[in-house]
Design a protein around this ligand. Structure first.
Ligand code: ZN
Length: 90
């Protein structure tokens, strides 16, 4: 796997392009889980995933019962309601 070289800043941070984050289902303001895993040869690599219980569409956080899983992504019940009833109930 080949990636794009990114420089670690003086605070130990790496900037990830927004397009890359979006491909992971992440956007500005969303929480991400970051962990280190190892491949079969024992080489470490980072895994970045949306934090559980965060809506992939609006970034809302909440209790597990406030979300529906769709294709391994979480969508909040409010976004589901909006998608199913885009004109609203007024
Ligand atoms: Zn939502």
């Amino acid at each position: 796997m080949k990636g794009i070289p990114r420089k670690v800043d003086q605070h130990g941070r790496i900037t990830v392009p927004l397009a890359t984050l979006r491909s992971l289902g992440l956007g500005p303001g969303m929480l991400a889980d970051v962990c280190v895993e190892r491949d079969v040869a024992g080489n470490p690599f980072l895994v970045v995933t949306p934090a559980e219980h965060t809506c992939i569409l609006c970034g809302a956080e909440g209790a597990p019962e406030d979300f529906v899983s769709f294709r391994q992504k979480r969508v909040c019940n409010q976004c589901i309601d909006t998608l199913c009833n885009p004109g609203g109930s007024e």
